[in-house]
Design a protein around this ligand. Structure first.
Ligand code: ZN
Ligand code: ZN
Ligand code: ZN
Length: 194
């Protein structure tokens, strides 16, 4: 992108683009995925959309590469858990996810960085998602929507463990003798976490 004031090339700086020449700062729009697209990533192209350049972008203030066409994302393994935690903080986990598509495991795509085949495997966390990884480059590729599925999936820890704890020692005694309204509410909460 070129500077709207002077036309010189702009370069990414955090969530913004900065003009080298006049130091004008542009804050790009956040798109539907919550991604701020900044600038072309030199030499790295989308593994799905043959040779379409990936874009330098940020999501939840963390850097990643993004394809503007298929909306896939390339995220470093170091940033991956931080990114999911950041998204979980804003997108409360409650959406029940569809089962994993076994066909995803048979797809082979090449790493945008080293161009060797990436390894498809099911993500160990919630969301029933197959992700593609390149271990030597420490990169994960996520198709459009996969990151949101992980972030929005119900967390195994339960959305609100503090609420459940006072009733935990009653969980194997559901026919409990003293059914106060508090107990009813408590066992309802317990059922929701199964
Ligand atoms: Zn400028
Ligand atoms: Zn693409
Ligand atoms: Zn690689």
């Amino acid at each position: 992108m070129n500077c709207p004031s002077c036309g010189a090339p702009m370069h990414p700086h955090g969530d913004t683009l900065v003009c080298d020449f006049c130091h004008n700062v542009v804050v790009p729009d956040t798109n539907d995925d919550g991604v701020i697209v900044l600038d072309e990533a030199p030499g790295q192209s989308c593994p799905i959309c043959n040779n379409l350049p990936l874009m330098q972008a940020t999501l939840a203030k963390l850097p990643l590469l993004y394809c503007s066409k298929c909306r896939g994302m390339l995220v470093s393994m170091e940033e991956f858990e931080t990114l999911i935690d950041a998204l979980r903080a804003t997108q409360r986990g409650s959406i029940i996810q569809p089962p994993m598509d076994p066909g995803d495991l048979n797809r082979r795509i090449d790493c945008p960085k080293c161009h060797r085949p990436m390894e498809a495997h099911s993500y160990a966390g919630p969301g029933n998602v197959v992700i593609d990884s390149c271990e030597p480059c420490s990169l994960n590729w996520l198709d459009h929507g996969e990151l949101a599925r992980i972030a929005q999936a119900p967390d195994d820890r339960g959305p609100d463990p503090d609420y459940r704890d006072p009733y935990a020692d009653q969980s194997d005694d559901q026919t409990g003798a003293s059914d106060t309204s508090d107990d009813t509410f408590g066992s309802l909460g317990w059922k929701l976490h199964i």
